[in-house]
Ligand binder design. Structure first.
Ligand code: CA
Length: 649
């Protein structure tokens, strides 16, 4: 009931506010709801969380989803304004991205909610109605800006720098003025999104900070009470100190140094705390997490693959469960508080699938309403990413609503984080175990596994596997299931085939027993030690030739003592500047080529495999396997690594 009263109080305050701009100021001190009751999830309280600590939610996609038919339901099952649900669960700020012009010449939206100023106005009004302030996230682009891309808007592409800077300041001022005139309480404005060394087409810090300064000036002018935020990603990169120093050198006027923190990718919480604390203490800035999220399930619900699934090879500090989602949010909040930070904003916890029964059905809605992450129309602006991979929601398993739009219990954590909800410390899941063996090695399944308690602590427990060992005699990857303490356990088992080549990854640091034949005067042709240029390990085989010296060579090996049978061979290459290269893997029996597999050389760290299978070998024959490389451009270079010759099962 307290909650209802709080909402009514807000409405009264809203009604009592006279002019534009007054609304936000009046509403800043609205008391939060009391402790929510009836939650079955464990929530360890974050002690000493300030009353004004930001617990935000990016909800940018909501209008496009609603136009596609999505509805949201409260805990009692009744249909409800999703912004009201958020407010009642303890969310106190709504974040919204703003793209300049996410539409093509025919007015067709690029997707991702087609988020522009109109969307921010729509969302801002609804958020304000329930007492939540707005965090405006200018990307200064016509579509997604992140560490991988920071493209200038179409309309600014041809502008010289001074004109672009002016356009950015004008755009920021005009957009914020429209929000102010609509009575929307803007509390924070981001001048750029995940600007790791690039913003709006600029990559020189002098220009990046000059653009940020233009945005900052506009914020100060229109919303003098609002905080100016900068936003970076990858706290694990070690680059934050340098970013903050650059902002200081160029004297940027800002308040909040914000970070993305996705536990799968972004290193430890201790590191997050350390890097944010360093910036706060050295430069006297507020710090916060502007984006975080965690998966409550490994499933996908909208026929458009998710960034995180059970198969993702990423850090998994919590199980993909409602309890895992709660613990992640709780621990990120603690980490930010430990850094002296001011808030945490969850990324798009309201973004669910559009609900169709097939990809085709959903695709129509994504195209029509921009309710997927990208529509096909985005291809003209972003051909390399959206143009190829456009589709639906990649985070529908990281939301706080189920596929039908019903609020999940985990959303209560936004409220309970202040109070705690210390239920009994039961076991919630079993940690995946991993085992790697070579074919023929005896399979010894572990007798004990780690179980995960609701507070994310671990302890050992006995396990029963239901594997049939006979079925594990083939090379490959297996998931063995079992049970521990009544819960499902998984063993991720890799059975590697026996590699019959010697020095297959050049880790011996010598050529032997590989045979190289230099057919064209290639200048450098040798094993090389450089982990960053190797597919695995430290070493690979390297070639390079400057102008005029042709690259043509073979690199091969003839293992001895093979038994009769069918064999497969594979080898990998990457490189560049090779022109129209002719590259292939080959197998020879008694000196005669019996099979080849064409290969490509494209770019640094783009490894390509040459794979030959079905090599029929009889004991006593001579088998030679290798790679042939011929290039036709000056400066050709490349790296060869990880060859394997295996008896096929
Ligand atoms: Ca999905």
């Amino acid at each position: 009931m307290k909650r209802i009263c709080a909402v009514l109080l807000i409405l009264v305050l809203l009604a009592g506010c006279a002019g534009p701009g007054q609304t936000g100021i009046e509403m800043e001190n609205v008391a939060p709801a009391g402790k929510l009751e009836g939650c079955s999830l464990y929530v360890k309280p974050v002690e000493g969380l300030p009353q004004d600590f930001i617990l935000g939610m990016d909800a940018s996609q909501v209008p496009a989803l609603e136009r596609s038919g999505v509805k949201y339901y409260d805990r009692d099952g009744s249909e409800q304004d999703v912004f009201r649900i958020l407010a009642e669960h303890g969310v106190n700020m709504i974040r919204v991205r703003v793209w300049n012009d996410p539409f093509d010449a025919q007015g067709r939206g690029y997707g991702g909610g087609n988020c522009n100023l109109d969307t921010a106005l729509e969302i801002g009004k609804r958020a304000a109605r329930y007492g939540m302030k707005l965090l405006v996230d200018f990307h200064y682009s016509d579509f997604w800006a992140d560490p991988g891309k920071q493209m200038a808007p179409k309309a600014w592409k041809e502008l010289d720098f001074d004109s672009k800077q002016q356009a950015l300041e004008d755009f920021t001022r005009d957009s914020l003025t429209a929000l102010r005139d609509a009575g929307i309480p803007v509390a924070m404005v981001q001048v750029g999104n995940e600007t790791n060394g690039a913003l709006c087409g600029e990559t020189d810090w002098k220009y990046i900070t000059a653009l940020m300064a233009a945005g900052s000036r506009a914020v100060r002018e229109v919303f003098p009470e609002a905080k100016v935020a900068v936003h970076f990603a990858n706290p694990e990169s070690g680059a934050y100190a340098a970013y903050a120093r650059n902002l200081s050198i160029y004297k940027l006027d800002y308040d909040v140094f914000g970070s993305s923190y996705y536990p799968y990718w972004h290193g430890s919480l201790e590191n997050l705390t350390a890097v944010l604390k360093q910036v706060r203490e050295k430069y006297g800035k507020d710090v916060m997490v502007l984006e975080t999220s965690y998966a409550w399930t490994g499933e996908d619900f909208d026929f458009s693959g998710n960034t995180i699934s059970e198969d993702s090879a990423v850090d998994k500090p919590y199980p993909y469960s409602l309890q895992g989602q709660v613990n992640s949010l709780r621990d990120v909040t603690q980490a930010v508080l430990d850094a002296g930070g001011v808030g945490v904003c969850y990324w798009e916890g309201t973004w669910i699938g559009v609900g169709g029964g097939s990809r085709e059905e959903n695709q129509k809605l994504w195209e029509q309403y921009g309710s997927g992450w990208a529509s096909s129309y985005a291809g003209e602006y972003d051909p390399e990413d959206a143009g190829k991979w456009y589709g639906g929601c990649a985070v529908d398993n990281q939301s706080f609503f189920d596929p039908q739009g019903r609020v999940l219990e985990s959303l209560m954590a936004f409220n309970l984080i202040r109070w705690g909800n210390e239920t009994e410390l039961t076991v919630q899941a079993v940690e995946d175990s991993e085992l790697r063996i070579t074919l023929g090695e005896p399979l010894e399944l572990p007798e004990r596994v780690q179980v995960i308690l609701v507070d994310n602590s671990r302890r050992e427990a006995p396990v029963e596997w239901d594997a049939d060992p006979d079925r594990l005699t083939q090379p490959g990857q297996y998931t063995v299931t079992g049970r521990a303490e009544g819960l499902e356990a998984r063993l991720l088992l890799t059975v590697e085939n026996v590699n019959l080549l010697e020095n297959p990854s050049f880790e011996a640091g010598v050529e032997d027993p590989w045979q190289v034949e230099n057919l064209g005067g290639c200048r450098e042709l040798m094993p090389e030690q450089k982990a960053g240029d190797s597919l695995t390990g430290e070493w690979h085989y390297h070639f390079w030739s400057p102008d005029a010296e042709k690259v043509e060579f073979t690199l091969e090996q003839s293992p001895e003592g093979l038994e009769s049978g069918t064999y497969s061979f594979s080898i990998h290459i990457m490189g560049g500047d090779c022109g129209e290269a002719e590259v292939y893997a080959y197998a020879k029996l008694d000196g005669k080529t019996v099979a080849t597999a064409p290969m490509e050389i494209t770019a640094w760290n783009e490894w390509h495999a040459g794979e030959i299978s079905g090599i029929q070998y009889a004991a006593g024959q001579s088998l030679t396997v290798g790679i042939y490389v011929k290039t036709d451009a000056a400066g050709a270079w490349g790296k060869i690594d990880d060859a394997a010759l295996c008896l096929e099962p």
